[in-house]
Design a protein around this ligand. Sequence first.
Ligand code: PLP
Length: 389
Amino acid sequence: MKRSTPIYLDYNATTPVRREVRDAMRPFEEVHFGNPSSMHAFGRETRAAIDGARETLAGILGARAHEIVFTSGGTESDNLAVLGAARARASGGRHLITAATEHHAVLHAFDYLKSHEGFDVTVLPVDESGRVRPGDLFRALQPDTTLVSLMTANNETGALHPVLEIGAALRERGILFHMDAVQSFGKQRIDVRDFSVDLLSISAHKFYGPKGVGALYVRSGLPLTPTVVGGFHENQRRAGTENVAAIVGMAKAAELAPWKQEDQRLFGLTEKLWNGLSARIGGVHRNGHPSERLGNTLNVSFEDCDGENLLINFDLEGIAVSSGSACMVGSVQPSHVLAAMGVPETLARATVRFSLGLATRDTDVATVIDKAPAIVARVREHSGKAWTS
Ligand code: PLP
């Protein structure tokens, strides 16, 4: 019996590398292998490729080339932004602010600063749709606040923080603003000049580039204490021989990023998916903001289900989804994002994240809507709580 091709709906976990990106990378894996720090022709060749990639990325972000630092991905960019900026500014103040629904790459960096270095950290609550209320942030500001870190879009729910308004207010007060744009870069256009942002993280594997490479935008002149020390690479902000092929691939992926038009197409598809699921299955709840969100992300809780069981049963039917953040795989903890939004623990444990992408078609969504009622019924039966609707 021929099995149909599995449907991949986990684009927020990672994306496939585009063919054009692979083609751009290949010469730097096979032919141009010189160390970009070498003075000879082999090194000059790869140095030129890195410089070109830096120009390209900077252009897309509305930044200048020297404001881009290449890293090993979103986690390192977030760590460098939070640890690096807090430490460099410590003599001016030790109060820092973030939000409860941030990625662990940010939250754990703040935990570290608090528990090991005595910083004072405020973790803001979010509203029921997962967004920070600007009023809460403004009330939390202190005379010694030096840094605020917020994500542009949440990886589990797609909810967008009101970063425009927040960035402008922080700039007026001279407080640094870091945006974790790992989920939104490539899906929504980001020009650093529009956001009053000082530091901004991106990661190539979220926008059809290779894994293990990312970048941090660092506003010109901003002091940053490096987190990786060694040689004088990246203007002394991040030591280590650059991954040339991956950097070239990331720049190509950014050039090809689908941006707004695709976000709108996927917004339509996630609406269709939600309408289909909620019409056919009882006891379903949507988590996140219905409109202030990434178009590709739909987070749904199914009453009386076990999340892992749901995942396995979707997988058995050839549908790849996630229970929230991929970094939580193997952990039985319910999502910290849903907990912060006030979703009860039993529902949080019964949640599926559908994240759509470039290859997702109408027919894929129709297949999921078709198959989901039986999948959910099976999982509910297994939990001893059959539904009749
Ligand atoms: N920040 C956000 C919002 C993310 O979604 C992720 C990954 O899922 C990261 C940071 C970490 O990025 P990376 O996987 O490149 O380390």
